[in-house]
Design a protein around this ligand. Sequence first.
Ligand code: RFL
Ligand code: PHB
Length: 393
Amino acid sequence: MRTQVAIIGAGPAGLLLSHLLHLEGIQSVVLESRSYEYCTTRIRAGLMEQNTVDLLNEVGLADNLNRFGLPHDGVQFTFDGACHRIDMQELIGRRVTIYAQQLIVKDMADVRRRDGGTILFEAEATAISGLDDRPVVTFTHEGELKTLECDFLAGCDGFHGISRPAMPEAVRRDYDRVYPFGWLGLLIAAVPPSEELVYSHSDSGFALFSMRSEELTRAYLQVRPDDHLDNWPAERIWSELRGRLGDHEGLKLNEGEILQQAITPMRSWVSEPMQYGKLFLAGDSAHIVPPTGAKGMNLAMADICALSRALLDHYKNNRSGYLESYTKTCLDRVWRAEHFSWWMTTMLHPPYDANPFDLKRQIAELRTVFGSDAGCRLVAENYAGLPVVPWRP
Ligand code: RFL
Ligand code: PHB
C-alpha cells in the first residue's frame, strides 16, 4: 500500500488529521490497533475548549456535538467551606462544552467512512523505517503482515505507541513528573450535583463533579497512586463524594447506580522534539497532562491544526517553513497547558503527606486566585483554551 500521509492511531488526533487533509484533497491511511467498537465506546475525556468546538464546527464535524453537547458558561470551585463560580462568558466571552471523547471519535470515524476515507481498524503498526526519506510502516491486518509506504508519517498513537520510540534516542529528551496521587473515575446513573462542573478541594482530598448528560454524572476522586478498586466499596465512594463536595446551596449529590469505575495515574510528561525526518508526533504520543486542567484531548487537536497547516503548505505551496517549525509551534502552547494542568493539580490536591502548614498554604493560594478578578480571569483564559493556529496555511 502507498499513501501521501500515513497516520498511526484513530484517536482524536489521528482522525481529525485525516479529515482535515481530505478536505484539501490530500490522501491518508489511518492504522488503528483496536476495533471500531472499542474506540467508539472507550470512556475518557469529556471537556472541549471553545477553540476545539469552533474548529469542529468550521470543518463540518459538529452536527452531533451541537445537538448533544452541553455548553457551560461557568465553572465552580469549592474550598474552605465556600463555593466560587468563575463566569467565563462574562470574564472573557468564551465557554467550554461537555461532549464525550468516544462520541467525537465516533463522529469523526463515521464522517471519514462516509467520505470514502481509509481507516483500518484492528491493524497494529509493528515497525517503522525510512524516516529520513521514504517512511514505511509495517502492520498486521486480517492475519497478514503488510506494509504502507508514505511521504509523511503522523504518529498519533498515544503514550504507549510505537512512533516516538522509533525516533533515535540521541535526538530525544523527555521531561517528566509523576504525581503522588491518582483519580478514581466514576460514571453514575444520577442527575449531576450542578449544571456546571464543580472542582472541590477538601482536607480528605480532591473531587471533581462533571457529567455526560442531564441524567449521567461523571465524577472523579483523588486516590493514592497505587490504590485499588477493591479498597473502594460503594459506601466509601458515596461517603467521600458527599464529604468532599461539602454543603453548599444549589449543589446536591444524587445517588444512583455506579456504571463504571477505573483508577488512572496522574503525570505530566513532554517529549522533545515532536518531529524527526518525515515523522511528526501529535497528541498523547508527544505529551501527557494530568486531567485536572481538561487539556489532553484539546492539545491533541491543537497539535493537528499545526500539522495540517504544515503538510498543506508543503503539498499546495511547496513550502517547508511550517514543517520545520512544527515542534516549536506546538511546544510553545503545550508547555503553557502543562503549566496550567500542573498548577490546577497542585493547587487542588492535598498531598497525602501534607502537614497542617501545607494545607493552610493551599487554601491561602485558592483564596488568592479565586478572590481576585485577575486570578479568575487567568483561570478562565487557560481553562477555556489558549489560541490555536489556523489549520490551513
Ligand atoms: P489516543 O486517544 O490515546 O489515541 C491513540 C490511538 O492509537 C492507537 N494505537 C495504535 N494503533 C496502531 N498501531 C499501534 N502500534 C498503536 N498504538 C496505539 C490506540 O489504540 C489509540 O486508539 O491519543 P490522542 O489522539 O493523542 O488523544 C489524546 C486524548 O485521548 C487524551 O489526551 C485525553 O483522553 C485526556 N483526557 C482529557 N482530555 C481533555 O481534553 N479533556 C478532558 O476532560 C479529559 N479528561 C482525559 C480525561 C484522560 C483520562 N484518562 C483515562 C487518561 C479524563 C481521564 C480519566
Ligand atoms: C470529564 O468530564 O471527564 C472531565 C472534565 C474536566 C476535567 C477532567 C475530566 O478536568
